[in-house]
Ligand binder design. Structure first.
Ligand SMILES: *Cc1c(COP(=O)(O)O)cnc(C)c1O
Length: 407
């Protein structure tokens, strides 16, 4: 008899996006001609940079001939891509990261989800609340989250509230934790930590033997100078942090699939006998065992984002979404809403009018304005009372949606 991993049935069905779809479908049925604008999406809408498409075509052509054909590549990623990553994302920004600290993957969802493989089930995990659901559910699957309570929170997770009261800067945990997930710029709130605020976390991690799992999937959207693009901009972070990066939101790779994880060689975990063990070695072992590398063609596409043309094309993608975010911020502010984020991220986090919950506000925007958002409560208890507006739509729709709200 094949017994299942019981942890899977403890996880509540992800009701967020199916519930949104259900409510939108019902509204459409009742109002077949309603001009619905979708601002709930977490997917990009602009096509890939030409440089990446050209690189893929060239790489695909190479696969036709025995002389240039590539079979299995290095599990950690091809040297050409790891080198381009090191130079462009780190060395050029004054950060000392080596090629063998970079692990190329099929994206940050896999890596942020899989990283738990190298950590004991008894580690205490802290997450910011609200948060990207992957951190919660993958720890639940591993048995590290304990039991779900009636409110949807897990008994063994430590929730670090982020709300208007603390200006979305999480307080340090008051109880002992071993792992902390931080995502900045943040999904879903679109808020950031300044260099000074992130330094507090690095110093806390150092003093308390905590490992920070830093998700920087949105670093390309940073516009403000004092917001770090990488946690390794903070002195000492290589001793305490793993960083996750993705080409998805940066360069439109959501369907093409490429990301990478940085595991510094000096970063140590602790074995049961007290010995210090290299997490870089463990992650390498994990990847070599369970992963056979990202496709050659896709790695060439990722490499091309670092060419002069690629960089320019990526910049224009980011500029496009950043302008949408600005339009949303301006529109919501004019309409009298209290908003957060959207300056260094493609998400604007809007406070529901007093007395209105996330889903009520969602329903109001859907029924009265034909605008689809994402209810904040879907990202955790502290998201209650907020909705997320995404800047990934078209400019026309973004402008039209804001016109409707200003009325
Ligand atoms: C979109 C997103 C990612 C990227 O996931 P990929 O698997 O690289 O597409 C990672 N973290 C967060 C918080 C995200 O929103």
């Amino acid at each position: 008899m094949a017994q299942i991993n019981e942890n899977f049935i403890k996880i509540p069905a992800t009701y967020l996006f199916s519930e949104i779809a259900k409510r939108v479908a019902q509204h459409k049925e009742e109002n077949p001609t309603a001009p619905i604008i979708r601002m709930g999406i977490g997917d990009v809408s602009l096509p890939l940079p030409d440089a990446s498409v050209d690189a893929m075509i060239k790489a695909a052509d190479e696969q036709r001939s025995a002389a240039t054909f590539r079979g299995y590549g290095p599990e950690q990623g091809y040297a050409f891509l790891r080198e381009a990553i090191v130079i462009n994302d780190f060395t050029n920004n004054g950060i000392d990261i080596a090629e063998d600290e970079i692990f190329v993957s099929d994206g940050a969802k896999s890596d942020t989800g899989n990283i738990g493989d190298i950590f004991d089930v008894n580690n205490r995990v802290a997450i910011t609340d609200p948060s990207y659901p992957v951190y919660v559910d993958t720890n639940a699957m591993a048995g590290r989250a304990g039991e779900p309570t009636a409110t949807g929170e897990w008994t063994n997770l430590v929730y670090l509230q982020c709300n208007a009261e603390n200006n979305f800067v999480p307080a340090l945990p008051t109880e002992k934790v071993d792992l902390v997930y931080l995502c900045y710029p943040n999904n879903p709130t679109g808020t950031t930590l300044t260099k000074e605020q992130l330094t507090v976390w690095v110093e806390y991690a150092k003093a308390n033997n905590v490992i920070i799992l830093f998700d920087a999937a949105y670093e390309a959207f940073i516009t403000e100078k004092d917001v770090p693009h990488s946690i390794y901009e903070i002195e000492g972070a290589k001793d305490v942090a793993i960083e996750f990066r993705s080409f998805s939101k940066t360069a439109g790779f959501t369907g093409t699939r490429c990301g990478y994880t940085v595991v510094p060689k000096q970063l140590m975990g602790t074995a049961a006998n007290g010995e210090k063990v290299s997490l870089n070695k463990l992650w390498n072992r994990r990847q070599c065992t369970k992963f056979n590398g990202t496709s050659y063609v896709v790695q060439r596409a990722a490499e091309a984002t670092y060419t002069p043309e690629g960089k320019e094309q990526v910049k224009s993608l980011i500029d496009f979404y950043t302008e949408n975010a600005r339009i949303i911020r301006e529109g919501l502010t004019k309409a009298g809403y209290t908003i957060f984020g959207g300056v260094n991220a493609p998400y604007v986090w809007a406070k529901a009018p007093v007395g209105m919950g996330s889903w009520e506000y969602f329903d109001y925007l859907l029924k009265e304005k034909n605008i689809v958002t994402t209810p904040g409560a879907g990202f955790g208890a502290s998201g209650e009372g907020y909705v997320r507006f995404s800047a990934f739509g078209s400019k026309e729709n973004t402008i039209e949606a804001m016109k409707r709200l200003e009325r």
